[in-house]
Ligand binder design. Structure first.
Ligand code: ZN
Length: 151
């Protein structure tokens, strides 16, 4: 266990005020038009990806508790709705990816090649700002493609 030497002259006080403020901001954001668009795009995009992949986990072929698994985290909008970055994954495989990304990344490289991973990584690092109008267009695009698949 690390030993921290007590230092009576320097104290860091937790900033509870900042914490409260940021929670309030987060709450305000979660109700915003933009947050709703992002949630809806996540939903229709996930349905599309699972349908595209035949309702089976790409790693174990399970059809139980399917999710849309991201090779590179969905934190970056640049690859959050990138069809190459996303594949159908069972809940277990998706959850274990954050702890050990190797199996899913390895699956990707075997299927698409290392160059595709490099290109995907470049897109992940790039900064893309989608306007609310862009998000609306993507939502209707995926709704349409889902309907075509179902027909
Ligand atoms: Zn699986």
């Amino acid at each position: 266990m690390p030993y921290y030497r007590p230092n009576s002259t320097f104290k860091v006080k937790p900033n509870y005020h900042g914490l409260r403020r940021s929670r309030a901001r987060m709450k305000a954001h979660s109700n915003s038009e933009r947050a709703k668009l992002i949630r809806e795009l996540d939903r229709v995009f996930s349905l599309f990806i699972r349908e595209r992949d035949g309702q089976r986990c790409v790693q174990c072929q399970s059809s139980e508790e399917l999710t849309c698994g991201h090779i590179y985290s969905r934190r970056n909008h640049s690859t959050r709705w990138d069809e190459e970055n996303c594949h159908a994954q069972c809940w277990n495989h998706n959850a274990s990816h954050s702890i050990n990304p190797h199996p899913y990344v390895n699956w990707f490289v075997e299927k698409f090649g290392y160059e595709a991973l490099e290109k995907l990584h470049q897109r992940f690092l790039s900064i893309v700002r989608f306007s609310n109008e862009d998000l609306r267009e993507m939502i209707s695009g995926y709704r349409l493609r889902l309907r075509k698949k179902a027909a």
